[in-house]
Ligand binder design. Sequence first.
Ligand code: SF4
Length: 198
Amino acid sequence: MADILYTYKNQVYANITNLCDCRCEFCIRSHENGVGDAETLWHKVDPTLEEIIAAMDAFDFNGYNELVYCGYGEPTCALENLVKSAEYAKEKYGVTVRVNTNGLGNLYHGKDIVPTLAKVTDAVSISLNAPTKEEYTRVTRPKFENAFEAMLDFAAECEKMIPQVKMTVVDVLSEEDIKASRELAESIGVELRVRKYT
Ligand code: SF4
């Protein structure tokens, strides 16, 4: 079985699904089988809630204050397992929870999932990727036509209900595009974080 919990740079991550509704041109999944101490992050079959909880119970959370849902897939595609396992981890291991997401969960599920997500999420990091719909669509190749608008709406909803919300771009963008991305994020009340390309 693939690693469900793995560590990378002193942070623990939960890899709960390989489903994703984007095909980002930069996605690490296309050129590596794992990250950090994970041998592989490809599940033969996505883990059940029981398997996720068993992986948590087998992990030593000493020294880790935060659990990040981020793996070889979009964590909100496994919303029910995300929420139930996050509840378990918060209650049993006292961690806070961050979700790294493409922000398309409302489109994927056909409903507003933010109130559900907000019950267990202390921080959310949403991939903005680019400041325009055209560029966003080119690099993320989403399954849904109105993904860019839906991702922005999702971020605005998160801002109302989740304590820490950030949108991210990678520092391969031009200074002009980073500035435009920052203005766009701030126009919906969200801080932009510029990540280093690795
Ligand atoms: S949203 Fe994340 S997991 Fe999905 S293709 Fe893009 S980078 Fe990969």
